[in-house]
Each structure stands twice: as structure tokens, then as C-alpha cells.
Design a protein around this ligand. Structure first.
Ligand code: BEZ
Ligand code: FE
Length: 271
């Protein structure tokens, strides 16, 4: 968009933010006595990160994406905490059919019956027909978009909540995985001591309902060794569910020898 045609408030905001940022950076250069060679190395690094399309990954690893998400959704405090969607969201996931199964029958991993509910954060009213879009990594910690041997839309699907605002979906416990850190981005993160690239096991959700603000978040699992060392700093304690063994008769009704189950309630804020 031409600067001249930008709405006044957008141009004012851009000017104000840039002036403040430049002032802060100038002060930083003076305070830290940043030398020409260091500045040139920083510019070369950022150029490489841009060429490798890794700016998102850099912002995630430095927890800047989380900071922006927290600021953007700060007034959602009464609702379920938000999380960034991350780079692996794909729109247009298939609508699942009842009984809901996110995982193919042959999907390797520990079966997990995820029991969710969606309510109005203001009064706890159950939201029937809320739209739930979920995606996750497989048992090996890989998303379909990372591994061409996986079927398209593997472990992705949408479903509506029932008349009670609830849903049950059979999936598998996702694997923990490392965020992408190839090339100079990884070298840099190791250099500054941010050398654990792991994310705890998690399932991503986008939950929406007419008249409410859409929620993007992730659900984690109690007992995960990476919960307090999440490389992107998003594993908020209120988003941790507790997996427990599913009773044998329920597991056999689902056609699996054994399974875990967990429950999680999503609270939406009125628009
Ligand atoms: C994810 O959770 O899918 C993710 C988030 C940030 C960086 C890499 C992956
Ligand atoms: Fe993820």
C-alpha cells in the first residue's frame, strides 16, 4: 500500500512505533558500545534468516511471538489462555464424522480419547455447535506438512460440539518435537544458550462460536519433561491436561486394546 493512501491512524501508529524502536536501538548501541564488526555480523545474520524464511522461527525461539500473543489477547483473561498457532496450521481441515476420530486406525502411538467442552466464560453456559479445529504432530513429533510420506491432512480435523457443548475425539498422544533450527538460526540460538529446541507434547485448537471471540490455543499433558522448558515459552500451566487410563470397556468400545483419556474445558469470551 502506498504510504499516502494508508489510513491516517495506521500511518501515525507506524511512525510512532518506528520512532520509539529506533530510539531504543540507538540507546542500546550506545549503552553496549556495539562495534561496527558486530553490527555488520548482525545485519548479515538477519539477511540470512530472511533469505531462509526463518523470521517467524527466530521470533518464536526468542519468545517474541508469545509476548505479542499475550499482549494481543490480554483482555481475554477470563477465558482460556491463548497460544500462538505456530507455523504448521493448515486451513481447510476435513470435517470429521461421528464417532470422531482424528487419528487413522493404523496411526502409530498411544490412543488418547480427548474429551472437551466449550462454554461461555461469563456464565459457564454450554455452547452447542461451537466449531473446533484441531491439529497435532504424530507419535514421532512430525506434522504432515513436514513429512511427505504422511497423508495430507493427517491428524487434522474439525468437529462441532454436541447439544451439551461437549465433544469426544479419539486421537493419539502427540510426540514432543524440536522446532525447526537449521542453518545459522540454530547456530545463533546455540551461541546465546537457547540450545533446547524441544516443545512439550501438545494439541493445537482453534475454537469459535458466533457471538464470541475466536480462541487459538494448545493443550499440553501433565508429566511431560519439557513442560517447563518449552522452547517457545507457551506451555502455560492452565493449559495442561491430565492424561489418565481409559477404562477397559470404553477402550474396547473404541476398538483399541487400551487408551489414555483427558478432559479440557475451553472458555470463550463474548465478542
Ligand atoms: C508448533 O507448535 O507447531 C510450533 C510453534 C512454534 C514454532 C514451531 C512449531
Ligand atoms: Fe505444534
Amino acid at each position: 500500500m502506498e504510504a499516502d493512501s494508508a489510513p491516517r491512524n495506521v500511518a501515525d501508529r507506524a511512525r510512532g512505533l518506528t520512532n520509539d524502536l529506533v530510539e531504543a536501538l540507538s540507546r542500546f548501541i550506545v549503552d553496549h558500545r556495539v562495534q561496527e564488526a558486530e553490527f555488520e555480523a548482525a545485519l548479515a545474520f538477519l539477511t540470512e534468516v530472511g533469505q531462509q524464511r526463518q523470521f517467524g522461527g527466530l521470533a518464536d525461539a526468542l519468545h517474541l511471538s508469545r509476548a505479542v500473543d499475550d499482549v494481543t489477547y490480554a483482555d481475554y483473561a477470563a477465558g482460556t489462555a491463548s497460544n500462538i498457532p505456530g507455523p504448521f496450521y493448515v486451513p481447510g481441515a476435513p470435517e470429521l464424522e461421528r464417532p470422531y476420530r482424528l487419528a487413522r486406525p493404523e496411526e502409530p502411538g498411544v490412543p488418547l480419547l480427548f474429551r472437551g467442552s466449550v462454554t461461555d466464560a461469563a456464565d459457564g453456559a454450554r455452547l452447542a455447535g461451537a466449531h473446533v479445529d484441531m491439529w497435532q504432530a504424530n507419535d514421532a513429533g512430525m506434522y504432515d506438512v513436514q513429512d511427505p510420506s504422511l497423508p495430507k491432512m493427517n491428524l487434522r480435523g474439525t468437529l462441532p460440539t454436541d447439544t451439551d457443548g461437549k465433544f469426544e475425539v479419539l486421537t493419539i498422544l502427540p510426540g514432543a518435537y524440536q522446532i525447526p533450527h537449521h542453518g545459522q538460526l540454530g547456530d545463533f540460538l546455540r551461541l546465546i544458550g537457547r540450545d533446547s529446541f524441544f516443545r512439550p507434547r501438545h494439541i493445537h485448537f482453534k475454537v469459535s462460536n458466533a457471538g464470541f471471540r475466536p480462541l487459538t490455543t494448545q493443550v499440553y499433558f501433565q508429566g511431560d519433561q519439557w513442560l517447563d522448558k518449552d522452547s517457545i515459552g507457551e506451555a502455560k500451566p492452565e493449559l495442561v491436561a491430565e492424561p489418565t487410563p481409559l477404562d477397559a470397556s470404553a477402550a474396547s468400545r473404541l476398538g483399541v486394546a487400551s487408551a489414555l483419556t483427558c478432559t479440557f474445558g475451553f472458555r470463550l469470551i463474548r465478542a
